[in-house]
Design a binder for this molecule. Structure first.
Ligand SMILES: [Fe+2]
Length: 170
């Protein structure tokens, strides 16, 4: 139902060569929008931890570009999985956040289940490979409790490069 909005926000999805993987990425975003009650991806901040003008879609694209750039420079990672994991790393924020009195705040669900976990649940339900599910669940501090795969290491750092640079500009 939200397929067009998702593809418009993330044209990078079309760079995934594997048809099945590409469909599962779209499906995960669709499920997240439906369950989180979002009809649009515009105007959502990417974090509630720092004051920022950077939006959720913009952050996701920046992390995806950064991850692809690093993966291409290295040449030893599966680019399809890199794009899928980067695009989905924060998808759980659509469940972690909600709108209250016109403001984006943490949802009741989000107070119990952080976005790395909710994102991994959604991706798993959509049938994404375990390596992508792992990269989502391990991209933030939850990843300190497990041994991150090379893909998860890449996504974790790509994410924090954007977050830390944004924070350094404050
Ligand atoms: Fe992120």
């Amino acid at each position: 139902m939200y397929r067009e909005k998702i593809l418009e926000a993330f044209p990078e999805i079309m760079n995934i060569k594997d048809d099945e993987l590409r469909d599962k990425v779209v499906k995960t975003w669709e499920m997240a929008m439906e369950r989180g009650g979002w009809t649009d991806l515009k105007g959502i901040p990417y974090t509630l931890v720092i004051e920022t003008n950077r939006e959720f879609v913009e952050h996701t694209k920046m992390v995806t570009r950064t991850a692809i750039g690093a993966a291409e420079a290295r040449g030893d990672l599966d680019i399809d999985l890199v794009i899928a994991a980067a695009l989905l790393h924060d998808v759980g924020k659509l469940l972690e956040f909600t709108v209250k009195d016109g403001k984006v705040v943490k949802s009741d669900y989000g107070k119990m289940i952080r976005h790395p976990v909710s994102g991994a649940i959604l991706a798993s339900e959509a049938g994404l490979p375990d390596e992508v599910v792992h990269a989502i669940v391990a991209h933030s501090k939850e990843g300190e409790a497990v041994k991150r795969t090379p893909l998860a290491v890449l996504i974790h750092h790509a994410d924090f490069i954007d977050f830390e640079i944004d924070k350094a500009r404050k």
